[in-house]
Design a protein around this ligand. Structure first.
Ligand SMILES: Cc1cc2nc3c(=O)[nH]c(=O)nc-3n(C[C@H](O)[C@H](O)[C@H](O)COP(=O)(O)O)c2cc1C
Length: 303
């Protein structure tokens, strides 16, 4: 059997596959399909300081090779998460990444500080949500703001800090370098690409929020490009995601430089997607006589 384990920020993942934040809730709905311990890790739904009800519906729209969402960080708040969801997740023998967000650097720091006194393994700071009016994408599209929010959270926690970047920028490498400078231990990317659909019969945008985040297979080449550029620009590990639907996609993203891979929208079309992807990666490594998945990280040979 090829070794699928990877290490990120001194944390061992039994395999590199992690369901992405926002598509897997807190794992409960998926446990009827397979033991959560089969997963490398789980990134939980974005948690804010207080409960949020999210945006008005409709907040999902189909696209040719993916979907648009404008959920807007609906969540029960960090206190509820710590009391009711985290204890359950921590019994599952998999790495838990608590995804956090906020409208201000202070709010993000408050959430991180509360999580710091729990046993959660990692904090993933989302500076890239396109669906909230304050904070969200604004943090992830300016180097100064990205640095400010990362540094505020860095001061609030000693946990390994992964900063999740927005693809809606001119230069992903500048933002990645800014958060590395501010103390991030790793970066994850990409979040959704800002998009829009219009109902041509009513002339109304399909989403009540008018615009939303595009995810799914259609964004995969953008993710590969941005992971590759980022991995070449920073020294900290990169966790890749965006449109991954197969083990081959995950291998490709790792060749681009990702140390682990998150799987988002694919779990909506097939709840078994993460475990199938793990098996497909295993098959690829064995067929190609590669003993450890670590060997393929960043192994692309650019022209
Ligand atoms: C319905 C939905 C909700 C999401 N919620 C969050 C969230 O709360 N926090 C976050 O960092 N990313 C969130 N994301 C972004 C995903 O984690 C991921 O970055 C993005 O969808 C790209 O990956 P994919 O193409 O594999 O879905 C959400 C995505 C979807 C589709």
């Amino acid at each position: 059997m090829a070794d699928l384990s990877v290490d990120i920020c001194n944390i061992k993942f039994k395999n590199p596959i992690i369901p992405a934040s926002g598509v897997f809730g807190y794992g409960r709905e998926y446990e009827e399909f397979y033991p959560l311990s089969e997963l490398g890790g789980i990134a939980t739904k974005g948690t804010t300081a207080k409960k949020r009800t999210g945006n008005l519906s409709p907040r999902i729209a189909e696209t040719t090779a993916g979907m648009l969402n404008s959920v807007g960080l609906q969540n029960p708040g960090v206190d509820y998460f710590i009391q009711h969801e985290l204890p359950y997740l921590l019994t599952k023998n998999t790495v838990i990444l608590a995804n956090i967000a906020g409208s201000t650097p202070e709010e993000c720091a408050e959430v991180a500080e509360k999580l710091d006194s729990t046993d959660v393994h990692m904090i993933e700071l989302n500076i890239s949500c396109p669906n909230v009016k304050q904070g969200g994408a604004a943090f992830g599209t300016s180097c100064t703001m990205a640095e400010q929010v990362t540094s505020a959270v860095r001061k609030a926690t000693a946990k390994p800090l992964v900063v999740k970047l927005s693809p809606n920028v001119t230069s992903i490498t500048e933002i990645a370098k800014a958060v590395e400078f501010a103390g991030a231990d790793a970066v994850s990317l990409i979040n959704t690409l800002l998009g829009m659909r219009i109902d041509i019969h009513t002339k109304r945008p399909v989403l009540k929020n008018n615009v939303g985040g595009l995810s799914g297979a259609g964004i995969f080449p953008v993710a590969v490009r941005m992971v590759w550029q980022t991995a070449n620009a920073v020294k900290i590990p990169v966790i890749g995601m965006g449109g991954v639907t197969s083990g081959e996609d995950a291998i490709e993203l790792m060749m681009a430089g990702a140390s682990a891979v998150q799987v988002g929208m694919a779990v909506f079309t097939d709840p078994y997607a993460p475990v199938k992807i793990i098996q497909q990666m295993q098959n690829f490594l064995e067929e190609n006589h590669i003993s450890s998945v670590k060997e393929i990280i960043g192994s692309v040979q650019p022209w």
